[in-house]
Design a protein around this ligand. Structure first.
Ligand code: SF4
Length: 106
């Protein structure tokens, strides 16, 4: 591990780990069925069929985690958790309405 004092816009931020890091994939990706399939099915051309990817997702043990991650991160491209971006947008709006209703009832 490398440490350095990092200065950003004139402020010393102290010792930080300067080891380059790649993003750490979420733990659930270990069980992702799509990791063993053709990734192109999950990123169809505009207007292309999503059926093949959704069929794979239907049998995936981490579908719920995958969908939750995609919703949380606003993933705009591809099939995640068996849903297209349009479907995720709809789910996100439903979640927001439910949260708003819950806050109003409290
Ligand atoms: S639900 Fe679909 S996109 Fe998500 S990990 Fe499983 S196979 Fe991949």
């Amino acid at each position: 591990m490398t440490v350095e004092l990092r200065m950003i816009r004139g402020h010393r931020l102290g010792a930080v780990d300067a080891t380059p890091r790649l993003p750490i994939p979420p733990a659930w990706t270990v069980d992702a069925v799509c990791a063993q399939t053709d990734p192109e099915a999950f990123f169809p051309e505009k207007g292309g069929s999503t059926r093949a990817a959704k069929q794979i997702c239907a049998g995936c043990p981490v579908r719920a985690e995958c969908l939750a991650w995609a919703l949380e991160n606003g993933e705009r491209v591809g099939i995640w958790g068996g849903t297209s971006y349009r479907e995720r947008r709809r789910l996100h709006r439903q979640q927001q309405r439910q949260e708003t209703a819950g806050e109003a009832a409290a």
